[in-house]
Design a protein around this ligand. Structure first.
Ligand SMILES: Nc1nc2c(c(=O)[nH]1)N[C@H]1C(S)=C(S)[C@@H](COP(=O)(O)O)O[C@H]1N2
Ligand SMILES: [Mo]
Length: 169
């Protein structure tokens, strides 16, 4: 190896180390905290909790799909972070997620629902959702892509005004 290629190899190695370290940190929310994730998670930014403002959620990989729901019409486009990507971002390992809402509603969601395409939506038809419109965060499944998801059980997991997720078990 020439001196030059040895230096390049070192540089690449350092870049890889720095890159993987920053993938494991969340930073701090600058705006209002709209989601607190706790329980069996490896990545936190506030004691044992991972707090997110909307910008932090939008910095995660984005997903979107169009679906009807019992609460919206057929042309509703939801945009947000896939549950599987949120699980990866916080290094969650629990098998069950207790999802809780502003109105004190809470329901257990199997972490395996991430495989069905569930998302934490922060936009509906391109706009942030007001609390009166079931925002700011709404757990939504791709009901129209997968009609087998149209069950009372999954409707009950479609938590609007979501405020926290706790990974348990
Ligand atoms: N924030 C919040 N999300 C919620 C609920 C709730 O009470 N609060 N109820 C759940 C249940 S049990 C079902 S079946 C549906 C109820 O929708 P509906 O009240 O429009 O029938 O929303 C789900 N999401
Ligand atoms: Mo329900």
């Amino acid at each position: 190896m020439t001196t030059f290629s040895r230096r390049m190899a070192l540089l690449l190695a350092f870049t890889a180390i720095l890159g993987s370290a920053s993938a494991g940190t969340l930073g701090q929310p600058a705006g209002a905290v709209i989601l607190s994730v706790k329980g069996k998670i490896a990545v936190t930014n506030n004691g044992d909790t991972a707090d997110f403002d909307v910008a932090m959620l939008e910095a995660l990989p984005r997903t979107s799909f169009k679906t009807s729901t019992p609460w919206t019409d057929a042309d509703t486009v939801f945009e947000g972070v896939a549950l599987k990507d949120l699980i990866a971002a916080v290094g969650a390992t629990g098998g069950t997620i207790v999802a809780a809402a502003l109105n004190d509603y809470s329901v257990p969601i199997p972490a395996s629902d991430a495989q069905s395409g569930a998302m934490i939506a922060y936009r509906l038809n391109g706009k942030y959702m007001e609390v009166k419109d079931k925002g700011p965060l709404w757990v939504i499944y791709p009901f129209d892509d997968k009609p087998e998801l149209k069950t009372e059980t999954l409707y009950s997991r479609s938590v609007w005004q979501l405020t926290s997720l706790e990974f348990v078990d």
